[in-house]
Design a binder for this molecule. Structure first.
Ligand code: XMP
Length: 512
């Protein structure tokens, strides 16, 4: 990539968001720790640098600092919040704790912009910005102009257009800031001279070439779960190295209805070695009589490794083990510093069991939205690329109590109807995750002239950005009603439906 932006991370909570916004503007960027050396920065050769926010106060000696030489590189810099204060602090301004509450700003704030500044070019003069700072720029550094203010604070944004240094006290990366992405776009296009070369089609071609270069005539092994990440890795490798790739897809019998067939069908067009292991009876045997959620998880995890190991042995020596690690995993585990990341980080212990020379992770620089986009570019079907998350242990943790094949079949049918009805009314597009749970409770019902004593099924649908917290989804009553009527009529063994109206916390998304 010629056009790269460097995001120096000072520990703020929105740093991944900044990177996503830059990529949305079709410019490639990487998030690196603020300790990155000047030599490494020069080598990276960014067209622009963004300093992120952070929890520190620039005037405290222990707070994260930059090498002042960074201001001599001749590269435009945008400082956000703490990053803005860093610019001021380093270039002769003064940052102090806000003396009174009026200068300490949090939340949505009406802000007035000087649209003659390139950062705000073409944007409205007034807008809402998202503030979150307790420190205040008491003195603006020499050579800088004030380019935005609020009613409480005269120094909301500063700019030295000659040197290409810009600072904003608010967070343009957060959705609450009106035109925030447009400001980032202005920084990239008006100030750094970007042309927008980061597209998924381009990335696909480059990634395919890179994989070919690395793998040469070697053999690659991939554990394909059918989730978005491993499916996109499989498609990319299939396109790059064809039948040098072996995908092992372990069907543990706790997948959703038709899921195994769908995954297999999605890869039928490529000439790869696709091994589908039907291990249902093996897993059910191991799980028999087990009701404790963590034990179920452990049994499935261990059995999965055993099955994968057996299949890998049949394949023989492989040169590369491929994995679906994505960029958020990298940022979260080591701030983009490759040295910190252990190769075992995301593999659930697999490398200990399989003989291979090297790991390849072709998605390690991509965000989830980009992974989905790449999947589309590679011709994977939409049902695979836009798939909701599905836990590794599958339906095992959605069947409360002990697991039997009958229960799994019952749950599969009910879950299918739930998903089908939500999709019919387009609700599936608004929900982050939705599924059915077979509770271990039976209750009395009446069907026709007879008494029933059958299971209660719970429906769960949530909306969330990050799955750390989640809201229960307000699915319309008439949709829930249709689902309830259909399931009770069509699925044997269920005579009562409940809808889960707890958020996370205090509940979790899954029931186990
Ligand atoms: P919880 O239930 O913890 O779920 O609120 C948050 C997200 O994690 C998924 N989840 C799992 N994924 N193995 C997985 O691969 C698991 O054991 C597991 N447990 C929960 C859950 O589906 C949701 O997306």
């Amino acid at each position: 990539m010629k056009e790269k932006v460097l995001i120096l991370d000072f520990g703020g909570q929105y740093n991944q968001l900044i990177a996503r916004r830059v990529r949305e503007c079709k410019v490639y960027c990487e998030v690196k720790p603020y300790t990155m050396s000047m030599e490494a920065i020069r080598k990276f050769a960014p067209i622009g640098i963004i300093f992120t926010g952070g929890p520190g106060s620039v005037y405290e000696p222990s707070s994260p600092q930059v090498d002042p030489a960074i201001f001599q590189l001749g590269i435009p810099i945008l400082g956000i919040c703490y990053g803005c204060q860093l610019i001021a602090h380093n270039l002769g301004g003064q940052v102090t704790p806000a003396q009174d509450d009026s200068a300490r700003e949090y939340g949505k704030t009406v802000t007035y912009f000087d649209t003659a500044c390139k950062l705000f070019k073409g944007l409205p003069e007034t807008g809402i910005s998202w503030m979150s700072h307790g420190d205040y720029m008491a003195k603006v550094p020499g050579g800088f102009a004030l380019t935005a203010h609020s009613d409480a604070c005269p120094n909301v944004a500063i700019a030295d257009e000659t040197r290409g240094f810009y600072g904003v006290q608010y967070h343009p990366e957060v959705n609450h800031t009106e035109n925030g992405t447009a400001m980032i776009r202005n920084f990239l296009y008006e100030i750094c001279g970007a042309t927008g070369e980061w597209t998924m089609e381009d990335y696909k071609n480059r990634a395919i070439a890179a994989v070919r270069e690395k793998v040469k005539d070697g053999r690659v092994l991939l554990a394909l779960s059918g989730g978005v990440d491993s499916s996109v890795v499989a498609a990319l490798l299939a396109e790059a190295v064809g039948n040098q790739l072996t995908c092992v897809f372990v069907d543990h019998g706790l997948m959703r209805l038709h899921e195994g067939d769908e995954v297999e069908a999605a890869f039928a067009k490529w000439d790869i070695n696709f091994i589908r292991v039907d291990a249902e009876s093996r897993f059910l045997l191991k799980l028999a009589g087990e009701a404790e959620p963590e034990r179920k998880r452990k049994i499935i995890g261990e059995e999965f490794i055993r099955v994968f190991e057996e299949e890998a042995k049949k394949v023989g020596t492989v040169d590369f083990l491929a994995q679906g690690t994505i960029y958020p995993d990298i940022i979260e585990s080591g701030l983009g510093d490759a040295a910190v990341i252990k190769s075992h980080h995301n593999v659930g212990g697999l490398p200990d069991y399989v003989d291979f020379k090297e790991i390849i992770e072709p998605l390690r620089m991509l965000f989830k939205d980009e992974v989905r986009q790449l999947g589309r570019e590679l011709g994977l079907p939409e049902y695979l690329v836009s798939r909701q998350p599905f836990p590794g242990p599958g339906l095992a943790i959605r069947i409360i109590g002990d697991i039997t094949k009958d229960k799994a079949d019952t749950l599969r049918q009910a879950d299918f109807i739930f998903r089908e009805e939500l999709a019919k009314v387009g609700q599936d597009k608004c929900l982050s995750q939705y599924f059915a749970v077979l509770t271990n409770t039976r209750s009395v019902g009446v069907m026709g002239d007879g008494r029933t004593y059958d299971y209660t099924l719970a429906l769960r649908a949530v909306v969330t950005d990050d799955f750390m917290t989640a809201e229960w989804a307000r699915v319309p009553y008439d949709v829930l009603d249709r689902i309830s009527v259909r399931i009770v009529n069509e699925v044997k063994g269920i005579n009562r439906i409940v809808y889960d109206i707890t958020s996370k916390p205090p509940a979790t998304v899954e029931w186990e």
